[in-house]
Design a protein around this ligand. Structure first.
Ligand SMILES: C[S@@+](CC[C@H](N)C(=O)[O-])C[C@H]1O[C@@H](n2cnc3c(N)ncnc32)[C@H](O)[C@@H]1O
Length: 480
């Protein structure tokens, strides 16, 4: 595991990063989620420099990605159940094990010694010294050969859960829905590092020109195979330092996400509603497809996230977006109530009062299709959260569809492929709203996207987990 000793130097010295990672893991465990600003808060509190912060983030995300696997390996060497240990001890053991098993550039001795030192410093807080225990378990891990994985045929749920670090309920659900082989592909995807993918902003440049700009700056990149406006970088890097960032030449977005706006078939001059818009990835792509002509009303209920939409619009040169803050359902109900009153004719036109040619409903969802980007989600999402999201999705679809003009098109999308949040939402919607017909998305995809069209005519990128996130999208049209 030991590589170039010079490269190791800064990491060996990174005890501040380890300590901050321990604190972050304990905070996540307490809160039950990784909040957007946790890394900022912890690094400000610990006065971390850039390098230590990056190390902390890598450690925390790594532990979250591999938590079940780490616990299984540690559990084989401990006489106590890992889940029953004090949270601080769990955090330090997982951090140590993650460095030993997955971080080649950290010397084994540093991983063990720093973990022992870290837990010793917590003795007063814990009411006892756990350093002997941590030392014994981590040294055991270092000495013991890799154990045989549990057998997939005999017990697929345990086997996939341990091997790909997924909660048992999720594995059980995927095995039941898709069968063991596809469930394994889904589980494997959660431990893969996603590529860094950019969408070229066609309002400012072309993909060919942008690739040349990257090449001139010695940034290795290649065109994406399915999206015709995507670029994949060979290595992760700080996005703001890439050429063309300030000039708005690109937006960071997975290839699957780049396919969704195409399904709207927008035209310059149209009136479009983006019902759940923040942070604006799809809004800004729709604007580019409209050649920055027409109107997009971008709604989101989160104020801070809605300001991101406008920030992104500014950077990318999009100037046809009207932001509207609020819960889409309440906004529509208020609109309908005011429209039904006796002063309706005289009332002031609102952003929602004229029907839309196109509506995008990129609905809030369980996000189980993007766990490789948000590994913390493996541990705080529950089966109940899928059911809760379904109710909101049904409501949002029923409400927003009322704003579509006859002959208009609505695209419903999620970054989840769970049937309850995807095709069954559309099946049920079409069943109870016979003025809407489901249409195939095939005509609007680039040729390389056609293999991802389902028998119902929807888009599902699950079959290609290795390169793209798992997204779902369906298209419905309102009768003339
Ligand atoms: C999947 S994200 C949208 C991503 C966005 N379309 C993009 O491509 O960048 C879902 C968004 O819906 C917003 N949201 C959730 N429930 C909402 C509601 N009832 N009304 C309006 N926005 C909502 C969330 O704040 C979140 O920003």
């Amino acid at each position: 595991m030991v590589s170039d000793p010079q490269a190791l130097q800064p990491i060996d010295a990174a005890s501040a990063g380890r300590r901050a990672a321990m604190k972050a893991l304990v905070a996540i465990e307490k809160a039950g989620l990784l909040s957007d600003d946790l890394f900022d808060q912890v690094s400000a509190f610990a006065s971390l420099d850039q390098r230590d912060r990056a190390f902390m983030v890598e450690l925390v995300r790594g532990v979250l990605r591999y938590r079940a696997t780490l616990d299984w390996r540690l559990g084989l060497l401990s006489d106590r159940r890992i889940a029953k240990l004090p949270t601080l001890v769990q955090a330090v053991l997982r951090l140590g094990a993650y460095q030993l098993l997955y971080l080649d550039r950290v010397p084994d001795s540093a991983a063990v010694n720093e973990s022992v030192r870290l837990i010793k410093q917590q003795s007063r807080r814990l009411g006892r010294d756990w350093s002997g225990f941590v030392n014994a378990v981590l040294r055991g891990l270092l000495r013991s050969p890799e154990p045989a994985w549990p057998d997939v045929v005999q017990d697929p749920v345990t086997a996939l859960s341990v091997r790909y670090s997924c909660p048992a309920w999720m594995v059980e659900r995927w095995c039941r829905t898709w069968g063991t082989e596809r469930a394994e592909a889904l589980c494997r995807a959660t431990v893969e590092m996603p590529p860094l993918t950019l969408r070229v902003n066609r309002l400012r440049t072309s993909r060919t020109a942008f690739l040349a700009e990257l090449a001139a700056a010695n940034v290795a990149a290649s065109p994406t195979l399915i999206s015709e406006v995507g670029v994949q970088l060979a290595r992760a890097t700080s996005v703001a330092d890439l050429p063309g960032y300030a000039a708005g030449h690109f937006y960071v977005e997975d290839e699957a996400g780049q396919l969704i706006p195409l399904l709207l078939d927008v035209q310059p001059g149209q009136r479009v509603l983006d019902a759940c818009a923040a942070p604006g990835g799809k809004t800004t792509q729709v604007a580019a497809l409209m050649e920055n002509r027409g109107t997009i009303v971008a709604v989101d209920r989160a104020t801070a996230r809605l300001s991101l939409v406008m920030e992104n619009c500014r950077r990318l040169g999009v100037n046809i977006v009207t932001p509207l803050m609020g819960d889409m359902r309440e906004l529509i109900q208020a609109e309908t109530a005011s429209g039904a009153g006796r002063w309706a004719v005289a009332r002031r036109e609102s952003a929602l009062s004229v029907p839309f040619d196109r509506i995008l409903l990129d609905a809030p969802c369980s996000g189980l299709g993007v766990l490789r980007r948000h590994p913390d989600g493996k541990w705080y999402k529950t089966p109940e959260s899928i059911a809760q999201h379904r109710l909101v999705q049904q409501d949002l679809l029923a409400e927003t569809s009322r704003l579509l003009r006859p002959g208009g098109v609505l695209v419903y999308s999620t970054c989840s492929i769970e049937p309850e949040e995807t095709e069954s939402i559309i099946d049920e919607f079409c069943q109870f709203h016979c003025e809407f017909q489901r249409e195939s998305v095939a005509p609007w995809l680039p040729p390389a996207g056609l293999p991802f069209v389902t028998p119902q005519g929807d888009l599902s990128t699950m079959a290609n987990m290795n390169r793209m996130d798992a997204f779902f999208a369906a298209r419905v049209r309102r009768s003339e």
